[in-house]
Design a protein around this ligand. Structure first.
Ligand SMILES: NC(=O)c1ccc[n+]([C@@H]2O[C@H](COP(=O)([O-])OP(=O)(O)OC[C@H]3O[C@@H](n4cnc5c(N)ncnc54)[C@H](OP(=O)(O)O)[C@@H]3O)[C@@H](O)[C@H]2O)c1
Length: 243
């Protein structure tokens, strides 16, 4: 039987939200999904929701110890798809935020993505294997957000990083794509259920994950789930100064 293109994948931030939904979606057609996160209980819950085999790996990606653990995995196992999804936000004005939290955000949303992608691309090139990386950006990758400064900047980095890598490594058979979700009802927000009741702009993580996998299968470099988010990106580029 022909092997699925994303037969073995590794998903960071698989204990909740978009990462959990991506893991469930991938497991429908794969032989193994590595589930990465800090919360073992929630990772095991993701595992229960999946239809295919998985392996839980507890790692804090804001630390060198956590990163080394995942980098070793990337080096020693053949992985068809690396999903850099783990991340968190930074609500509030920059001067009011604790610097430790901002640095931890950069470690998780930026440094971890760079380190894991570097390991993955090197491994793919040296083993002459094709592969794919899906980075999770955000609609805010496209415009600054004064009330969310470091987070928006971290996602702008992910956008530029992904675009450059894709240009360089597609000729090596390595697809590097970015998913740009808009408001998605997950634990990214304090109370996703109340948000769900009060806004029509949001999407469910299951839907976002389906769009992402469909986009990857079509080799899309830019994956924006839904027209609403395309409009937000378009308007945001011009109107961000007024918010
Ligand atoms: N929800 C939205 O509206 C939205 C919009 C645009 C983009 N995004 C992006 O989508 C991605 C997933 O977020 P989500 O909405 O699904 O939020 P979520 O439900 O809060 O999930 C975040 C995931 O990241 C993991 N994570 C956070 N810090 C980590 C660390 N130091 N080490 C390892 N894992 C860590 C969490 O796992 P543990 O707690 O187990 O470590 C969790 O599984 C993020 O990159 C986020 O920026 C979200």
């Amino acid at each position: 039987m022909k092997k699925n293109r994303f037969d073995v994948s590794l998903v960071t931030g698989a204990s909740s939200g978009i990462g959990r939904s991506l893991s469930i979606e991938l497991s429908k057609k794969s032989s193994l999904v590595y589930l990465i996160g800090r919360n073992k209980k929630e990772l095991l819950l993701t595992e229960e929701m999946m239809t295919g085999p998985s392996e839980v790996v507890v790692a804090d990606l804001s630390t060198q110890a956590g990163l080394s653990k995942v980098r070793k995995l990337i080096k020693n196992q053949h992985i068809d798809l690396l999903v850099n999804n783990a991340g968190f936000g930074s609500g509030g004005y920059f001067h009011e935020r604790k610097i430790e939290k901002e640095m931890s955000l950069i470690n998780t949303n930026v440094s971890a993505v760079v380190e894991l992608t570097h390991s993955y691309i090197n491994e793919s090139i040296s083993s002459q294997q094709k592969g794919a990386v899906l980075n999770v950006g955000s609609v805010v990758s496209f415009f600054p957000r004064p009330s969310n400064t470091t987070y928006a900047a971290s996602k702008a980095f992910i956008r530029s990083f992904t675009d450059s890598l894709n240009r360089k490594y597609k000729d090596h058979g390595i697809l590097v794509s970015c998913l740009y979700p808009g408001l998605t009802f997950t634990n990214f927000f304090e109370n996703p259920d109340s948000l769900r009741k009060h806004t029509i702009l949001g999407q469910e993580p299951e839907h976002v994950a389906k769009v992402a996998i469909k986009g990857l299968n079509k080799n899309k470099r830019v994956i924006i789930p839904g027209l609403k988010n395309k409009i937000i990106i378009f308007l945001g580029k011009y109107l961000y100064k007024y918010f």
